[in-house]
Ligand binder design. Structure first.
Ligand code: G5P
Length: 224
């Protein structure tokens, strides 16, 4: 059986982690695990962790490390048979160290996107909460403005994409990201991609992963 592949994708809010993760999952058959989706699922289900997380997200802040690791690590333990890509975790050095104790990573993808580009993208982002479908009113708009293409239900702007929360999120990201990228750089698994457009970054990531992920055998692929 071929070795399972483990990767993380990091980048500030709006850097395209979710968009690129979907492409990677589709192209390489990895399971896409999004920390933001886990948090939102827990908020919707009103779990203890979800209730705690909500107060931070509303202010545009990171959820505390102990809450995030308690949410995430058990989910990873359920994934021992799969190759996966973890999107949005780790965000802090403490999270990176906790993840490092749980598993060995093959690749850490780091998206380095200019601040003005991030602000512009998130200002135009709308989502369909029940499915998690993400639209951008410029990059990938819905067929009818404000309406989900599949269900016809209304789209909303997430609380943490509103301008006040957004600036706090971007500022906070910079402070905590550097020790994490340094951690992976020291391990020799950090790959940084810089551009203003996801479509221009994607071919490079695709090429990198084509060399890193040999042939993923069918039993290692996820049934997405
Ligand atoms: P999330 O959900 O992980 P963020 O803030 O890190 O949230 P976000 O905002 O989901 O990340 P992204 O995934 O990096 O952004 O980007 P995306 O959604 O793919 O793209 C953003 C928008 O730009 C979309 O509308 C997309 O269509 C568009 N777009 C993409 N590429 C292009 C392009 O080339 N051109 C244009 N014009 N548009 C493009 O986490 C949410 C919250 O949960 C908590 C935090 O509070 C976080 O803020 N949280 C954690 N807290 C602590 N530790 C952790 N590990 C946490 N994980 C989550």
């Amino acid at each position: 059986m071929s070795k399972l592949f483990r990767a993380v994708i990091m980048g500030p809010p709006g850097s395209g982690k979710g968009t690129i993760s979907e492409r990677i999952a589709h192209s390489f058959g990895l399971k896409h695990l999004s920390s933001g989706d886990f948090v939102r699922e827990n908020i919707a289900a009103k779990t203890e962790a979800g209730v705690q997380a909500k107060t931070y997200i509303k202010k545009g802040l990171l959820v505390p490390d102990h809450v995030m690791t308690r949410l995430l690590l058990p989910r990873l333990e359920e994934m021992t048979k799969y190759s996966w890509l973890l999107d949005g975790f780790p965000r802090t050095l403490a999270q990176a160290e906790a993840l490092n104790s749980a598993c060995d990573l093959d690749v850490a993808i780091n998206l380095n996107i200019p601040l003005e580009t991030l602000k512009e993208r998130l200002r135009h982002r709308w989502i369909h909460p029940p499915s998690g479908r993400v639209y951008n009113m410029c990059f990938n708009p819905p067929r009818v403005q404000g309406i989900d293409d599949i269900t016809g239900e209304p789209l909303i702007q997430q609380e943490d994409d509103r301008p006040e929360a957004l600036v706090a999120r971007l500022r906070h990201y910079k402070d905590v990201a550097k020790p994490v990228t340094d951690f992976y750089k020291a391990k020799g698994i950090l790959y940084t991609f810089s551009d203003t457009e996801t479509d221009r970054i994607w071919p490079y990531i695709n090429t990198l992963l084509s060399t890193k992920i040999p042939t993923i055998q069918s039993d290692a692929r996820c049934a997405s």
